[in-house]
Design a protein around this ligand. Structure first.
Ligand SMILES: [Zn+2]
Length: 180
């Protein structure tokens, strides 16, 4: 999608004042840290994102600059249950309020529900998207349901136990006692 805004070099305040919107996608290959997680796999997969800017009055009634950001991506990883490949779906949607300086952002971020960032005329939205998607990574990637052909799988309702039923030693003892 072609528009006047550069997602890597966003003038945040101008974008917000214009109630700017960006909808786009980038290949996973452009996100180095996500590619580390996928061990280099899936570089051709899309990372889809939307960015909305607006001005909202703060508690004191002054104009505050906000971005609303959402993104989604599938990142190929290794299932820790069956060790097969699994595409882990990541997604987030979040609002950010921008303030004048890093120091102010640090202080206000502590006490605000929303994320607070320092305003910039050259803001790399893709870097923020990558930060957020990394935070969404599951600690232990795995399939919701592992594929059927998997071996060494511990729990599977369709798996038929072929080991003969274990003899219960207490039942044997009971039969002995009863003279059977
Ligand atoms: Zn699995």
């Amino acid at each position: 999608m072609k528009n006047d805004y550069d997602v890597r070099h966003l003038h945040v305040a101008a974008f917000a004042r214009a109630a700017g919107q960006l909808v786009g996608e980038e290949r996973l290959a452009r996100f180095d840290r996500l590619m580390d997680e996928s061990k280099g796999l899936g570089g051709e997969l899309p990372v889809r994102f939307t960015v909305h800017g607006d001005i909202r009055p703060d508690a004191a009634g002054a104009d505050a600059v906000w971005l609303r950001l959402s993104a989604e991506a599938d990142v190929p990883m290794t299932c820790q249950r069956c060790l097969g490949p699994v595409d882990v779906a990541l997604a987030f949607a979040r609002d950010y309020r921008f303030v004048a300086t890093e120091a102010q952002a640090e202080v206000e971020d502590e006490t605000s529900e929303e994320d607070v960032l320092a305003i910039s005329r050259d803001f790399n939205v893709l870097e923020l998207i990558e930060d957020e998607l990394l935070m969404e990574l599951p600690p232990v990637p795995k399939h919701a349901t592992c594929p059927h052909s998997v071996k060494f799988q511990a729990v599977d309702s369709d798996y038929v136990e072929e080991v003969p039923e274990k003899i219960n030693p207490f039942a044997v003892l009971g039969r002995l006692k009863n003279g059977q």
